[in-house]
Design a protein around this ligand. Structure first.
Ligand code: PLP
Length: 381
């Protein structure tokens, strides 16, 4: 089989061996329902609670503030819909977010607009950052919630979360951040950074798919999104995904412990890829500023079609992405790239490479050969 060069870690990551090993007993031997009172159930309960402790420690939260969900999308929906419903009780029906959020946030905001909430979509700079002064200016006494992503999924640009959260804390407005791309790749401390709600998703940092977390600061009471049993302190019904939860904790622990060395190694690979491609492809330029996640590289190859480029690269076993994976197949060019000022053509000519901990120097060598060749082929048509 052809060797795969996987440069799409922002879409999903391979399951880490440590996570798989931690999960296996709960997929096989210890299958009890964590709510059951007999020992098989208690064994599963213990694993779920140990995972909660471990995730809380990685995020600077307390275990009671960690809630398990089925994905990042659910966490975002719960944070936004739940806080909107709660705040509406006291007449606060205004939400602030940014134009370049993931659709899990943007489409939820649009659904809330249908229900009578007003939403301010903050613009972003041409480098891909939200300006704290824009947030300050948009706040009103009716603002119910602010939701700004920790790092953008297409550009990797890391937002000034501390400043944004401080502004919200001073104004007494809850601050939610979609940290789906950032968790496991950046140090995160929710308490030190005044974050009130934070979403993450295990499959973006070596954990299993279908497992998310919502951190909810103690004292906040977003309305329930899912009604059902008494799981998760009665706030999110549904039998816990024991193995997935254990795998999420194992993967986050692994990434947190190795964060410093991973960041150095992955960003060094990414920087070599960036320098090499910028030098080899005339007219090529980077989208977004340099303060970004270690593995992200978003480049525009003028005069090419991103989807065609991806297909040529796929023939060489290379996995990359045009825009965000969730929007693939859509004929609309990326809303993120348009938000930073690219025209539709330039947005369509852009690719995202996202490297991860499993990538090697050889992978970068292959990319440095295959990508310029593919661009040349497209230019010659
Ligand atoms: N938010 C961001 C920034 C993302 O990148 C993604 C997935 O790509 C999501 C939310 C959705 O996460 P999930 O795939 O776990 O639903």
């Amino acid at each position: 089989m052809q060797k795969i060069i996987y440069a799409d870690n922002a879409a999903t990551t391979p399951l880490s061996q440590k996570a798989l090993t931690a999960m296996m007993p709960y997929l096989t031997e210890f299958y009890g329902n964590p709510s059951a009172l007999y020992s098989l159930g208690r064994r599963a309960r213990k694993a779920v609670e140990q995972a909660r402790d471990s995730i809380a420690a990685c995020l600077g939260a307390t275990p009671e503030e960690i809630y398990f969900t089925a994905c990042g999308t659910e966490s975002d929906n719960w944070a936004l819909r739940g806080m909107a419903a709660e705040q509406a009780k006291s007449g606060r029906r205004h939400i602030i977010t940014s134009v370049f959020e993931h659709h899990a946030v943007l489409h939820t905001c649009q659904a809330l607009e249908q229900k009578g909430f007003s939403v301010t979509y903050l613009p972003v700079t041409k480098d891909g950052y939200v300006r704290p002064e824009d947030l300050q200016a948009a706040l009103t006494p009716k603002t119910a919630l602010v939701s700004i992503m920790y790092a953008n999924n297409e550009l990797g640009t890391v937002q000034p979360v501390r400043q944004l959260a401080d502004i919200c804390r001073t104004a007494d407005v809850p601050f939610h951040t979609d940290a789906v791309q950032a968790a496991g790749h950046l140090p995160i401390n929710v308490h030190l950074n005044n974050i009130d709600l934070l979403s993450l998703s295990a499959h973006k940092f070596g954990g299993p798919k279908g497992c998310g977390v919502l951190y909810i600061r103690r004292g906040l009471h977003p309305a329930n999104l899912l009604c059902g049993g008494a799981q998760e302190q009665g706030r999110r019904g549904g039998t816990e995904n024991t193995a997935g939860i254990v795998g999420t904790a194992a993967a986050l622990r692994e990434r947190t412990a190795a964060l410093e060395q991973d960041t150095k190694r992955v960003s060094t690979l990414r920087d070599r890829l960036e320098r090499g491609l910028l030098a080899a492809v005339p007219g090529c330029f980077r989208n977004g500023g340099s303060h970004r996640l270690p593995g992200h590289l978003n480049l525009c190859f003028p005069g090419t079609d991103g989807e065609a480029l991806l297909l040529l690269l796929d023939q060489q076993g290379i996995c990359a992405s045009a825009g965000s994976a969730c929007a693939a197949g859509s004929i609309e060019p990326s809303h993120v790239l348009q938000a930073i000022g690219l025209d539709r053509q330039a947005a369509r000519s852009s690719l995202r490479f996202s490297l991860g901990v499993q990538n090697t120097e050889e992978d970068v060598d292959q990319l440095l050969k295959a990508v310029p060749d593919a661009v040349k082929r497209l230019h010659s048509f």
